[in-house]
Structure formats: C-alpha cells, structure tokens
Design a protein around this ligand. Structure first.
Ligand code: G1P
Length: 278
C-alpha cells in the first residue's frame, strides 16, 4: 500500500536570501499559505496521509506549522479570525507528521536515505515542495501517479518538456514511449548541458519510489556537484526496466526560483484570492 509521502526540506534556499536567513524556504507564502502546505494538501488528496519530512537546522517553523498554536487559538477563539485556521487544521486532522534531520547537506539522494527510518520497507511518494503542481478541479499530480503505481508497481518520476537550453537545471530522461504520456525509462542524467541531454524531458519534483531505492542509494557514489543524486540511484532501477516517466496533467511552477515564485504568487492570487478584494 502506498500511504507515505516524503518531503525533503533541509535545503538552505540561498536563492531567497535574506528572506531565508532564519526562515525555512518551504515556509515562504504563496499569498497566505506556505509553499509546503500546498504539497502536503496534494499528498492528502492522493490519500497519502503519513507525511514524513527531512528537515535540518533552522527548520523548526515547519513542525510548528503542522501543530496547534494554543496561545493564538485561545486569543482568536470565537471570532471570525478562526476561519483563517480552518484549512490548516483540516490538514492536521487528516494526516500524521514525522520528522528526521539531515545532519549534512550531501544531496537529494542522501536526504532520501536519511528518511529510511521514517519510511521503512514500503513504497513512498516524494514531493519537492519547490515545484508547485496544480491541476485545479481534477486529480492532482500525486494522485495521477498513484494510479499508475497501482498498475506498474515500480518507481515513477513526473516529467515535463522543457526548452532544450534549460536541461542543465533538471534530471533528464530518455525512454521508450508506452503511451503518449508514459515512458519506460532507459537513461537518466542529472543536470546535463543541452548538448549532452538525452531529450528535453525533465524530471519535476514528484516521485514514487520502491523501497529498494534505499540500498541502491547506500551504494551510489557522489555524482553531479559532488552530491549523492537520486537520479543516479534511479538509473540503477531503470537498468532493470523498472522506472516509468509520466507526463502529468496540470500546471507546474518552479518556486525554487524568484521569477517562478512570483509567477505562482500571481497565479494563486488571481485564481484563489482576487475575488475577495473585488
Ligand atoms: C532536483 C533533482 C532533479 C530534478 C529537480 C526537479 O534538483 O536533483 O533531478 O529535475 O529536483 O525540481 P534541484 O532542483 O533540487 O537541484
């Protein structure tokens, strides 16, 4: 059964300094909701209600966000301001949260291995909260991927076509098309230069991983940037024919970059908030 969703959230968020000097980048709000809450809501919508997070120093605000703030609640009890907490309280009621800390920043693969203690021997989803994925009024991206997992029972990565000159920002796959929106992966390269990229199909921050990934990561040498890369570990699974790449339905924003974050903010304001001010 697929019940768990992992959020690697130990990164520094240097692109948002000084805002992220003492505040986790995952807590930056898109209008009035922290980025990570969008990801958690997407997981819950897919029925993944056991939320696991890999945090690090300076990230306690994330844990506090998914907990009660009794002093605040006492102050605003009985007023209409309580309405503002309704959504987050719904999230807290529907999911459980567990945390572990990554002591050293050794890459995404290492962050995922750090979470083995929370995940155990089960398949699990991974959300990189920097990638905001919205598919309003329809199944979210994790939900779409869960359906595929139930069919194929192997690791799945979400992909999107990107301009070839941007491949250096992503893990890039190559594969045999099984349908219009699905590939069996036979090659994966982490952040290739455009001339070395096997395609323009870029991995977006949504994964479903089978638990053998932990042993594979343990045996994965540092790769691009001297970090232990999830993409390299997945390549070992792909060699056995057991990684699918799925072109998801929905809209994705790169909230790890300032322009992407602003674009997402404007989009969310227009879609979900503007009417309140008109
Ligand atoms: C990570 C992965 C990369 C993937 C990207 C998606 O990179 O290593 O393969 O394409 O997330 O956002 P990061 O953006 O954390 O450097």
């Amino acid at each position: 059964m697929l019940n768990k969703c992992l959020f690697p959230a130990a990164g520094y968020g240097t692109r948002f300094l000084p805002a992220t000097k003492s505040m986790p980048k995952e807590m930056l709000p898109l209008v009035d909701k922290p980025l990570i809450q969008y990801g958690v809501e997407e997981a819950i919508e897919a029925g993944l209600t056991e939320i696991a997070m890999v945090t690090g120093r300076g990230k306690r605000a994330i844990e506090d966000h998914f907990d009660h703030n009794y002093e605040l609640e006492h102050q605003i009890k009985g007023t209409s301001k309580m309405d503002f907490l309704e959504e987050i309280h719904g999230v807290m009621d529907q999911a459980t949260f567990s945390y572990t800390r990554q002591l050293q920043m050794k890459g995404l693969g290492h962050a995922i291995l750090t979470a083995e203690t929370l995940i155990g021997d089960e398949p699990f989803a991974v959300v990189l909260a920097d990638d905001l994925c919205l598919n309003e009024g329809d199944d979210g991206v994790l939900s779409q991927m869960k359906t595929l997992y139930e069919q194929f029972r192997c690791s799945i990565v979400a992909i999107e076509e990107v301009p070839k000159e941007e491949t250096y920002k992503y893990g890039v796959i190559d594969g045999n098309p099984l349908r219009d929106d699905l590939y069996q992966v036979n090659k994966m390269v982490e952040k290739p230069a455009p001339e070395d990229a096997p395609s323009n199909l870029a991995i977006i921050g949504r994964y479903i991983l089978t638990p053998d990934i932990f042993d594979i990561i343990r045996n994965t040498e540092p790769g691009k940037g001297g970090e232990i890369q999830l993409t390299d570990a997945l390549m070992a699974q792909a060699k056995k024919g057991c990684v699918m790449a799925y072109k998801f339905k929905g809209k994705r924003f790169d909230c790890g970059s300032v322009p992407g974050f602003i674009e997402a903010t404007n989009y969310c304001f227009d879609k979900f908030h503007k009417h309140k001010y008109e």
